[in-house]
Design a binder for this molecule. Structure first.
Ligand SMILES: *Cc1c(COP(=O)(O)O)cnc(C)c1O
Length: 240
């Protein structure tokens, strides 16, 4: 797949334009550059297969993947459970912008396992954690935490940047959303910045609408580099 560039697309008929506009949040619909092109859709499909996800949306960075996912679920007055070992910028976003917008942040011990059940409230909007955790690298019990959230009807969000889908596919363990920085192992060459959000069908459109609603998007060169890097992911991860 070559580097795909372009903003405006030309339609042969008004009907074709309107059909594309109405389906613009579906991966694979060519409508306007910000919603994706042939290369971004190919990358989304590759990641969906690796993560066993129903939907994948690319973001401009790993941080954008995290913040836009949390913004898709958080509401003023809601309560957000965040594992104490999360990436520094995740914490900064929770303590900064989300707190300012009236979201109550509660940090929990990532090794709490089934004890997370007792922390979930009626107002809990999501459970955010990492496996393994940034810096300290402890490995939380993904199925137990994800099932506790699911039983309460609360989406669980897992930052899987370090494990990559080669070592862990959180959606198969009950998580609802996987976020990752593609700037690290997924692209693998330290020459591109990007993030991704993979989820079940239930949350895919909500998240995609948030990402596209704020105008976040990936660049053609970055997508090209990620498509190239992803091809050696398995070999690179096994070598580490
Ligand atoms: C690097 C990293 C991020 C942020 O990704 P960027 O692409 O640098 O924005 C998020 N989570 C974890 C665990 C990371 O290591």
């Amino acid at each position: 797949m070559p580097i795909e560039l372009g903003s405006t697309m030309v339609f042969d008929t008004l009907a074709a334009f309107e059909a594309a506009r109405d389906a613009r949040y579906d991966s694979g619909t060519m409508y306007y550059g910000r919603y994706g092109n042939a290369a971004t859709f190919q990358l989304e499909q590759m990641l969906a297969k690796l993560e066993q996800a129903d939907g994948v949306t690319l973001t401009s960075s790993g941080v954008a993947a995290i913040t836009l996912t949390l913004m898709s679920f958080a509401r003023p007055g809601s309560h957000l459970l965040v594992a104490d070992h999360v990436y520094g910028n995740t914490r900064a976003f929770c303590d900064g912008l989300l707190t300012r917008m009236g979201v109550e942040i509660e940090y929990f011990d990532p090794m709490a396992g089934a004890d997370v059940v007792a922390l979930i409230r009626e107002t809990t909007c999501a459970v955010m954690f990492e496996a393994p955790g940034s810096g300290t690298f402890e490995m939380p019990d993904i199925p137990t935490i994800a099932q506790a959230a699911q039983a309460a009807g609360v989406p669980s969000v897992l930052d899987s940047t370090w494990a990559t889908p080669i070592f862990c596919q959180p959606l198969t363990l009950g998580a609802d959303v996987v976020v990752a920085s593609m700037s690290k192992y997924l692209s693998g060459h330290s020459d591109g910045m990007m993030g991704m959000i993979a989820s079940t069908a239930e949350h895919a459109q909500t998240i995609r609408k948030t990402v596209m609603g704020v105008g976040d998007k990936t660049g053609g060169q970055e997508v090209f580099l990620a498509l190239r890097g992803l091809r050696t992911l398995k070999m690179r991860m096994e070598h580490f």
